[in-house]
Design a protein around this ligand. Structure first.
Ligand code: FES
Length: 247
């Protein structure tokens, strides 16, 4: 009997389509979002921004070259997952068990079938870390584009902030928090209570607490810096020198 139940369950599992229903139904919110994203990527590829006054657009350094990895990292991030499951798919509306079914009475099926990719977030995290040095190299270019001079322009300052936001976003990740200390069973035990690892874990936990905020600020920062550099490239006088000295 138990075997029969298990067999039936397995058959039902295998019958489920690979593509989740959320990605196949006529959902204007989801499809208009996809359309906007595709148009944006197309336009970014078409109208690339040159390095101007030492400023490198973070979308091209090297984000657009590794777009699938960056998109994978952001799309599988817990902060965005919550938002697109709730606001694009409307499924589930909240985490409460009695509201996890959508308006058609279907159960929440995140992290199964094609959404299984959400489980690979930890691997995307390593690629996100590998990209970070490029943003800091761009700062070096921005500070030294005038030969023999250190130059801090408004655009360079925005690049500094952008690099910091992306760094904080990356290291406030839930996976990183788990990797730093989530696998310790007992932190109140004497051996772990004052350990360096626990101190580090506590610090990561503190920024992890605001991870969703960092996710949105870092994304908004990318767009604002992109717009700013496009303005400079178009000839607008919006990039004053804030500090400059010979070295
Ligand atoms: Fe958001 Fe990892 S959970 S970056």
């Amino acid at each position: 009997m138990v075997e029969n139940v298990t067999a039936t369950k397995n058959t039902n599992e295998t019958r489920k389509p690979l593509i989740p229903v959320e990605l196949t139904e006529a959902n204007w919110r989801f499809w208009s979002f996809v359309l906007l994203a595709l148009i944006a990527i197309y336009l970014m590829t078409l109208y690339q921004v040159p390095v101007v006054q030492g400023l490198t657009d973070p979308f091209y350094s090297p984000t657009i070259l590794v777009l699938p990895l960056v998109a994978g990292f952001r799309a599988t991030c817990y902060a965005y997952r919550k938002d697109y499951h709730r606001h694009l798919f409307n499924h589930p509306n909240a985490c409460n068990t009695d509201v996890r079914k959508d308006w058609k009475g279907r159960k929440y099926t995140g992290e199964t079938r094609l959404f299984r990719i959400e489980n690979y977030h930890r691997y995307f995290w390593y690629t996100a870390v590998a990209i970070l040095p490029f943003f800091y190299y761009d700062l070096y270019i921005a500070f030294t584009y005038q030969a023999g001079q250190f130059t801090l322009s408004l655009g360079a300052l925005l690049l500094v902030l952008n690099a910091l936001w992306v760094t904080i976003y990356t290291f406030s990740c839930h996976y990183f928090r788990h990797a730093t200390g989530g696998n310790i069973d007992c932190y109140s035990c004497p051996v772990n209570k004052k350990s360096v690892r626990r101190g580090f874990f506590n610090k990561i936990s503190a920024i992890n607490h605001h991870h969703e905020m960092f996710a949105w600020i870092s994304l908004a920062s990318f767009f604002l810096v992109d717009l700013f550099i496009r303005g400079v490239a178009a000839g607008l006088s919006i990039n004053p020198i804030l500090l400059s000295f010979k070295w």
